[in-house]
Design a protein around this ligand. Structure first.
Ligand SMILES: NC(=O)c1ccc[n+]([C@@H]2O[C@H](COP(=O)([O-])OP(=O)(O)OC[C@H]3O[C@@H](n4cnc5c(N)ncnc54)[C@H](OP(=O)(O)O)[C@@H]3O)[C@@H](O)[C@H]2O)c1
Length: 250
């Protein structure tokens, strides 16, 4: 069987808005079967017909909170029941959090790390059996994991230490994962953008207007391309900087 015999399928976390929604729309347009997740079931159910109309052959929805480790297995399980195959895991859900190290509450640190690092680690762990099986079937492309890191995980910024560290940890996780899994066809990429024009970046609109931010669709285009690569290539972190920013800050 060739790769074209298979319909590709993907799980996308944080798909109800922002970058995750742009990725869901892009992949739907490519005919990818989707499982979309965020915290609110009604948002996801409202989106499903839109994604089907764009071309997704099937859309499964599952509400889960990345801060609740017990709610994560159901995401992969629902996808397995609905689609059987899993060719791509898009680990996108995350939270922004700012504050200087000197007085950053440790409770906030724990929550940021739980959502931005522990949940991605756990989801990847849960999805690996399905991804390995898909890599055996998709002989050309293998199976892919795409993780939304941040430029702040590459270039540190004052006031973003906890967030940046959680995103730097994802880059290290992706590197280790590629060493462990990519020769068998499961490969991972971390995308590290500067400010993207979504709700998450609205807090800096007084300094950086929306039109000076990276469009969410540009991130989605990168994801679409990554999913088309052969299994024989792995990539380092993809840093996406805002035009005019100098490239070393969010
Ligand atoms: N925007 C930027 O400037 C920027 C730059 C670099 C990297 N990133 C990263 O890109 C990813 C997406 O960011 P975005 O800008 O699209 O954010 P966003 O507009 O705030 O959207 C976040 C998405 O994640 C979901 N989400 C939030 N908290 C969650 C939780 N605890 N459990 C499950 N789902 C949750 C949200 O849905 P619900 O609220 O309904 O659950 C929503 O679908 C994040 O990992 C972010 O760190 C963003």
């Amino acid at each position: 069987m060739t790769d074209s015999t298979f319909h590709k399928t993907a799980i996308i976390t944080g798909a109800s808005r922002g970058i995750g929604l742009a990725i869901a729309e892009k992949l739907a347009g490519q005919g990818v079967g989707l499982t979309i997740s965020s915290r609110t079931a009604a948002d996801l159910e409202a989106l499903a017909p839109h994604l089907r109309q764009l071309g997704a052959p099937s859309v499964t929805t599952i509400a889960a909170d990345m801060a609740d480790a017990e709610s994560l297995p159901a995401i992969v399980e629902r996808h397995r029941e609905a689609h059987a195959d899993l060719s791509a895991l898009i680990v996108n859900a995350g939270v922004g959090s700012s504050g200087d190290i000197a007085d950053y509450a440790l409770r906030r640190l724990d929550k940021t790390l739980a959502i931005n690092f522990r949940a991605p680690f756990q989801l990847i762990q849960l999805a690996l059996p399905l991804l390995r099986a898909a890599a055996d079937r998709h002989r050309d492309s293998g199976a892919k994991i795409v993780v939304l890191s941040s430029i702040t995980g590459v270039y540190a910024e004052p006031g973003l230490a906890a967030y940046g560290a959680s995103k730097a940890a994802l880059i290290s996780l992706v590197e280790a994962l590629n060493i462990e899994e990519s020769s068998a066809g499961v490969s991972a990429v971390a995308i590290a953008p500067g400010y993207v024009d979504t709700d998450m970046a609205a807090w800096v609109h007084d300094r950086i207007p929306p039109h000076a931010m990276i469009p969410a669709d540009d991130v989605a285009l990168i994801v679409q391309t990554l999913l088309s690569l052969s299994r024989r290539t792995t990539l380092g972190p993809i840093v996406m900087a805002r035009a005019g920013s100098g490239g070393h800050c969010a």
